[in-house]
Design a protein around this ligand. Sequence first.
Ligand SMILES: [Zn+2]
Length: 377
Amino acid sequence: MFTNKSSIPFEKKIISLILLCSTIILHSCGQTSNYNNINNSTNMDTTNSKASNPYYSHEDTSKINISNDEWKKVLPPDVYEVARLKGTERAFSGKLWDFTGKGTYYCAACGNPLFRSDAKFASSCGWPSFFEQMSDNSVVYQRDNTYGMQRTEALCGRCGGHLGHLFDDGPKPTGKRYCMNSVALDFTPYSVNAEAQGNNIDTITLGGGCYWCVEAVYENLMGVLNVESGFSGGKTINPTYEDVCSGSTLHAEVVQITFDNSITSIDEILKVFFTVHDPTQLNRQGADVGTQYRSVIFYRNDEQKSAATSIVKQLNDEKVYKQAIVTQVNKFTTFYRASDEHQHYYQNNKFQGYCRMVIQPKLEKFEKVFKKRLKKF
Ligand SMILES: [Zn+2]
């Protein structure tokens, strides 16, 4: 095992503290009483209003360009007021400003996917705040010089509806703060998403050596909703990091990736996997040696199994590597999440030795090969 990896540096705790503090500083959205104050009835349950809106879709990405008169017929009055007339709800009046559920935030007017819940942060400004949009086209911008201020207006990339504003005082890793109106957003939990979208949300568990490295890569891939580091494929129940490092539990260090099949795919997830680790090394990745660093794919369904076996065969047939691939393809059983200090490790410890020497080169390789598929920060 690489010695530097076993100690969690002090800087990590400092960074966490700074992040925490940044969430309790009062951010001003620059929105004043000059604005229309919307009598807010934020749409957590918008089933009825969506049913009567023929433009609402989570799958259709075609642009919508219709008149406000037409919008007025299909949108609830509060959504119309914000989305089409650029109104602003009163701070702390929306139902989503301090909401922490796991799922996807869509445009309330047209259903366009806008944000993942893991990009939401607790801003005390009184409006739901995010540090990253879901994809390049989710949110678009235009200059807003109204009310004597110079701001960047954020609009839905599909229907052009007003969402809120974009500021540069957000937390790491982007430093952005998308200050949104609750009423312009429509939240759907991941579990409901999977049913409503024909199981578009999928999860796979992959071991490609040190989980810090693999996690850092997938956190940058478009369509990835959530990445967690942990352990799979061993015998011990609830193993600790130290248990797994001893090699006696037979667990592999893995990342559990939840992704949206409408934005990425199992094939792309696996292509990334085989790009950023060496699948010909048996029970090791570079200086990290032991069965916990083995190359392994834990599949959950037939589609994942077939995609995994077929890419291994294809890479072997085409002799992409000098030696044969040793990656195991095993049925998933259990995932044990590693402790919090192991999650988002690279993001929180960029300047630590292991991150600079081992993770950074893998990230750079990934960013070069999958340039057009990176999340925009
Ligand atoms: Zn929209």
